[in-house]
Design a protein around this ligand. Structure first.
Ligand SMILES: Nc1nc2c(ncn2[C@@H]2O[C@H](COP(=O)(O)OP(=O)(O)OP(=O)(O)O)[C@@H](O)[C@H]2O)c(=O)[nH]1
Ligand SMILES: [Mg+2]
Length: 389
């Protein structure tokens, strides 16, 4: 089952344009559905530069990348003042789509375009982010307060479990009341467990997707890189100033950030790949931002990729970071997990340097790992198993 990244942002920030660019860059499987509450859903292939070189060696019948699911949901920035005052937060329909997402991609508009009016008239990504955060935290606050009422009743019996839960909820209520993100609350692991089934929106890992004007995309990327390295960027004006502000904020928060021109990406996705590549290079850009959005999104989900390679299929598989060999085997087939004996593991780089499993084995670069081995990103694995009774 593919994990989900929810694309959210103010109206007209470019969410759907980005979604369309993603579905083309990542070749959606089975197309996407538009439901009545304006959510576009697509399962998107994660670009992985290791698949092609492996395919050139094995000439497999099939090459299969891993996938993530993106959901594009309209409906933020529309909460009325009275709804905000009543702590009602976001609509149930919106929440239905976003609650179960494992991570959020927050689209912030920095491009100016007089044909596309901004809900607040002017371009100011930090103001937009604050407004989105307020809406998200108020929604979380409503969830927490609802739970407090329920837990209060349960705690009347004096049961320690409920009293502890109540305490944790009140701590979270305080954080959210200050319009801070739930992820900023310092919780112990037991408390985190309590919060988990509330599916708070501001607890989810997030990435910021800046939707910038296409003519400053190159400069925007430079600014992001400089800030990510912790360098000072000097005095910036206009759009770049707004971009730098969000980049600094993301760095402080430990959030990921990517700059794209959603419209350019969506247009390029219509072109043959070679033409698109040429055009990108003429702009001084190494590759499509859509690919980066997919890859960063994948990373946010705390996932790593291991590979299997043979003449039938070269394939990338997803496991959660920290997964052990039998669990990885179980992604392929439950029998392989059940009858797990050992994993033969070769690092992708070692394999490519040797050119074959036999050569890697000769050099001692193919290891036999047992059931406690923690799978690493880029491991090429072959599982030995036995399910005979
Ligand atoms: N100039 C420019 N226009 C863009 C860009 N991205 C999107 N637009 C335009 O902005 C408008 C809104 O884009 P959408 O992708 O529909 O925005 P949205 O966030 O999905 O909007 P809602 O679904 O209404 O919330 C469209 O007319 C797009 O063509 C961009 O990078 N540059
Ligand atoms: Mg839309």
């Amino acid at each position: 089952m593919a994990l989900t990244i929810g694309i959210i942002g103010l109206p007209q920030s470019g969410k759907t344009t980005l979604f369309n660019a993603l579905t083309k860059a990542g070749a959606p499987i089975g197309g996407y559905a538009t439901s009545t509450v304006q959510a576009n859903v697509a399962i998107i292939q994660v670009p992985d530069a290791r698949l092609q070189p492996l395919a050139e060696i094995f000439h497999p019948k099939k090459v299969t990348p891993t996938t993530v699911k993106f959901v594009d949901v309209a409906g933020m920035g529309q909460a009325t003042q009275s709804a905000k005052e009543k702590h009602e937060g976001l609509s149930a329909e919106f929440l239905g789509h976003i609650r179960n997402a494992e991570a959020l991609a927050i689209v912030l508009r920095t491009f100016a375009n007089s044909n596309v009016p901004h809900v607040y008239d002017t371009i100011d990504p930090m103001r937009d982010l604050e407004s989105l955060n307020a809406e998200l935290t108020l929604t979380d606050l409503a969830s927490v307060e609802q739970r407090i009422e329920r837990t209060k009743k349960d705690a009347k019996s004096g049961d320690k479990k409920f009293l502890q839960e109540l305490e944790t909820l009140r701590k979270m209520q305080e954080v959210l009341n200050e319009l801070k993100l739930a992820s900023q609350a310092s919780l112990e692991s037991q408390e985190q467990g309590i919060m988990k089934d509330l599916f708070l929106l501001t607890m989810k890992p997030r990435m910021y997707v800046l939707n910038v004007s296409e003519d400053i995309l190159g400069e925007a990327n430079n600014v992001l890189e400089q800030i990510a390295r912790g360098e000072t960027v000097g005095t910036l004006e206009g759009e770049l100033k707004g971009i730098a502000g969000i980049a600094q904020h993301a760095r402080n928060e430990g959030a990921e950030i990517v700059a794209v021109s959603a419209r350019l990406e969506a247009e390029l996705a219509e072109l043959p790949e070679a033409d698109a590549q040429e055009y990108l290079e003429s702009l001084g850009l190494p590759k499509l931002g859509a690919d980066r959005v997919i890859q960063v999104g994948y990373r946010l989900l705390n996932l790593i990729t291991f590979l299997t390679a043979g003449e039938d299929e070269v394939r990338a598989w997803t496991v959660t970071k920290g997964a052990k060999a039998p669990e990885a085997a179980g992604k392929i087939h439950s029998d392989i997990e059940r009858g797990f004996i050992r994993a033969e593991v070769t690092r992708f780089e070692d394999f490519m340097a040797c050119g074959s499993f036999a050569a890697a084995s000769k050099k001692g670069l193919q290891r036999l790992e047992g059931k406690d081995y923690v799978i690493q990103d880029g491991d090429i694995a072959h599982f030995r198993f036995n399910v005979g009774r």
